[in-house]
Design a protein around this ligand. Sequence first.
Ligand SMILES: [Zn+2]
Length: 463
Amino acid sequence: LPSRTLSATTVGMKITFLGGVGTVTGSRFLITTDRTRLLVDCGLFQGVKALRARNRRAPGFEPAALDAVVLTHAHIDHSGYLPLLVREGFRGAVHCTSATRDLCRIMLPDAGYLQEEEARFANKKGFSRHHPAMPLYTIADAEASLKLMSAHPYHRPVAVGDLEVTFRPAGHILGASTVHVRHGERSILFSGDLGRPDDLLMLAPEPPPEADIVVMESTYGDRLHPTDDPVELIGAVAKRTLERRGILLIPSFAVGRAQTIVLALERAFERGLAPRAPVYVNSPMATRVSELYDEHAALHRLTAQEVRQLFAGVTFVGSPEDSKALNHKSGPAVIISASGMLTGGRVLHHLRAHAPNPTTTVLLPGYQAAGTRGEALLSGRNTVRVHGVEVVVRAEVAQLGVFSAHGDQSDLVGWLGRIPRRPREVLLVHGEPVPADVLRQRIDRELGFPVRVAEQDDQVVLR
Ligand SMILES: [Zn+2]
C-alpha cells in the first residue's frame, strides 16, 4: 500500500481510504492511532454489478476491532454497510447527529428489506451463482445496528478513545454534517456530502474549521448547476401540464428531493405560476421522512409551523389501494412517487397507467443513470418495459437539473476557500475520476492548496 508521511515526530493519526474513492458510493475511511480505530462513514457500494460485488468482500479491517463509527449522514452510500458491520462483530458506538439517526431508523430497515427481496427474487428466478442466494443483510441486521446509534448535537465535541469528533452542519439532507476529527494538535476534516448555499429548503453548509488535512467530496467537481429559479422552472412545466388537465408525474428520491419538490410546487402555486391542483406524495418512505422536517426545523429554512402548513396541503398516500386509485385518476393533478430513476417502486404503476396519455408529463427532477428507464425516456424512447409489459409513451418527458442536493464546482471551491488556515493537504474523494480531477485542478489554480485525488487503499499518516 502506498503510505506517505506528512511530517515525522510521534505515531500520530493514519487515514486509510477504503471506499468512496474513484466512485460516489461506498464511503469508508479508517482512522487509526496507537489507541483508537475509528471508521468515518460506513457506506454501501451501489450502482453497477462490479461495485455492488465489493459489498461482499472483506472490508479491509476487522469489524470487531473497531472502537466506533461516525456517520456524516444517512444516505445509504454513507451508512448502508452498517448492518453488515454489526453482523460481522462490530459492537462499538455509531456516532451521528439526531436527524441522521432518525433517518437511519427509516432507511436502514428499508435497505434490509430490499436486500431480502432481491435474494427472494434471485431464488425464485434461479439466477444467483449462490444457492440459495443470501441477502447481503436483513431487516433484523439493520435493526440491530440501530441499537448502537448515539446521537449528538452539532458543535459539541465527542470523545472517541484518544480522538475528539465534532459535527457541523453540511446542508445536503437533514442531519448531514462535516466531521472534524482531532488527535492532540492535529486534525482531519471530512466534508461528507456538501449541500448548496442557495438550496430552496436546506440551509447552507457551515464554513470549514481549521484542519491539517481536508478530505472532500467531488461529486459535481466538473459541473456548474443551472442558476435558473427552480420555482419558475417547475412552475412552467406544471402550468402547461395542469392547464391541459394532465397528470404531472414526478419520479423522485424519497429523502430530501421529494420534500424540496413539494416546496417548489407550493411556491409556484403561491406565485400564480401554475393553476393550483391536488398534490399526491405516494411513497411510504417519503411520508415518514417528511414528518422529520417538523421535528428538525432548525436544520432547514422553514419553521415547524410552515412545515406543517406545507405538508397539510399534500395528500400522503399510504395504502396500496389508495396507490392503485391514483392510476385511474384524471388530471389536473401532481403525483410525486419513488424511485427517482424509475428503477422500481410505486411510481412504475403510475408510469404504466399515465405514460400512454399525451396530456401527462413525466418530469425527471435529477440525474438519470445509464440503463435506467428514466434515461431511456430522456433519450426519446417511445416505449419502456414495465412489469414485463411494453408501455407506449405518449406523455411529454421533461427534465429539471435544479434539484441537486450537492454543491457544484464553484460551491465546493467556495466552501473550501473559507477555511481559516491553509491546510497541509486536500484529498478529494466521492467522485468519478474526471470530476475529481477537474476539481483538483481548479483548487490548485484558485486556492493554491496542496491537493490530490485519493486512490483506493491510499494511506496518509499525519503527525
Ligand atoms: Zn449524500
